[in-house]
Design a protein around this ligand. Structure first.
Ligand code: NAD
Ligand code: MG
Length: 377
């Protein structure tokens, strides 16, 4: 079966990997819509490569320039993203926009009878309950693209959910896995942007250094797999070859392994439940030699405990954690905040923003804004 796909965030790191998958599997994947905000030159190239795809740019002037050059209409902004998400000719929408701007388009995709492939973990952290409930109501699938969740998704296939003991998310440990607490105060953006195993966008790379990425993924796993927070664990695995594991009641542990290439989980989400020979290089285990595992250092990286608390408490707390983290990462990258300042600000926002136990979408957005304001002050 050929799947007709819209990619939101087509010019980013996940977007580029998704394009590699689409190019390798032209009989299986047809690109019908592409949105990008930052790199308009790249969006122009993609528009030429996929002349049938509906395009969406970040703002009106970029859309006009693109439209003039390509000789076809180009959408823009939030409205444009919502139109793309609802495109009648699409079967699946891949949301790969950094942060929570992809939330409304993700809901729109589900509401218009499409499957949703989620790279943007922030939207599940902010509004996982709402996204999963919308998918259930509409009968759409939520397919995980994040490598850990894609691995768990594969390990759970054909298994009885009541036999799962716990999910084990693997974590590279980031560039400061062996640092001393005192070293972290002087970490620069340049040092934090050097990820040991994965090449990714800037925000998620900083999240990987603070371990907030893993914290967000714990909450993401809770929603995707309907698993209580105390059965979602983290294990450090510096090689990033085992993408995650599931432990069952009988003591069996299933794992999924693969190269550190996001093309693999993206392909599985886009072609699910089928497997094809795609662009991802095969894994040579003998060349790797050894795989290591260790416990995470929660003393050094408070992100994991903060995320566990947010995920266990629920309500608006995960949205507050996520928004405060986004704002704090921006401030850190701009040189306005120290590295430990990221988790200090997240903790402060979590203690300060008024808590709502069963928030509406508007209340989630309010909590998100309040958290950003606290970090800005
Ligand atoms: P990136 O910064 O490389 O790319 C982001 C893309 O989104 C770009 O195309 C950009 O133009 C677009 N964009 C940003 N803000 C937008 C807005 N408001 N409206 C429309 N478009 C907008 O980021 P990335 O590394 O590709 O990550 C994307 C998402 O995938 C993040 O949520 C990240 O956590 C998640 N993710 C990434 C990886 C990875 O390997 N890069 C792995 C797992 C999950
Ligand atoms: Mg991940």
């Amino acid at each position: 079966m050929k799947r007709r796909v819209v990619i939101l965030g087509a010019t980013g790191s996940i977007g580029e990997s998704a394009m590699r998958v689409a190019r390798a599997l032209p009989d299986r994947i047809e690109i019908v819509g592409l949105a990008g905000r930052n790199n308009i030159g790249r969006l122009l190239e993609l528009g030429r490569e996929f002349p049938e795809a509906v395009l969406c740019a970040g703002d009106e002037s970029a859309a006009e320039r693109l439209s003039r050059t390509l000789g076809r209409p180009v959408l823009h902004g939030e409205e444009g993203l919502l139109t793309l998400a609802a495109l009648p000719e699409a079967d699946l929408v891949l949301v790969a926009i950094v942060g929570t701007s992809g939330l409304k388009p993700a809901l729109r995709a589900l509401e218009t009878d499409k499957d949703l492939a989620v790279a943007s973990k922030e939207i599940l952290v902010m509004a996982g309950e709402l996204v999963m409930a919308t998918a259930q109501k509409m009968g759409g699938r939520v397919l995980p693209v994040d490598s850990e969740h894609n691995a768990i998704f594969q390990c759970l296939e054909g298994q009885d959910p009541s036999t799962v003991k716990r999910l084990m998310l693997t974590c590279s440990g980031g560039p400061f896995r062996k640092a001393a607490s005192a070293d972290l105060a002087s970490v620069t953006p340049e040092q934090a942007l050097r990820h040991p195993t994965w090449s990714m966008g800037r925000k998620i790379t900083i999240d990987s250094a603070t371990l907030f990425n893993k914290g967000l993924e714990m909450i993401e796993a809770k929603w995707l797999f309907g698993m209580p927070m105390d059965r979602v664990d983290v294990i450090v695995h510096p090689q990033s070859i085992v993408h995650s594991l599931v432990e069952f009641l009988d003591g069996s542990i299933l794992a999924q392994l693969g190269s550190t290439d996001m093309a693999l989980p993206i392909q599985y989400a886009l072609t699910y439940p089928e497997r094809f020979n795609g662009p991802c290089a095969p894994l040579d285990l003998t060349a790797l030699g050894k795989l290591e595992f260790e416990a995470p250092r929660t003393d050094l990286f408070p992100a994991l405990d903060l995320a566990r608390r947010a995920g266990t408490t629920g309500g608006t707390l995960p949205a507050v954690l996520n928004a405060a983290n986004e704002a704090a990462v921006d401030a850190f990258l701009a040189g306005r905040l120290s590295f430990p300042g990221i988790w200090e600000n997240v903790a402060r926002a979590m203690d300060t923003v008024p808590f709502v136990e069963h928030p509406t979408l508007d209340q989630l957005i309010e909590a998100d804004q309040a958290a950003r304001n606290i970090v800005a002050s």
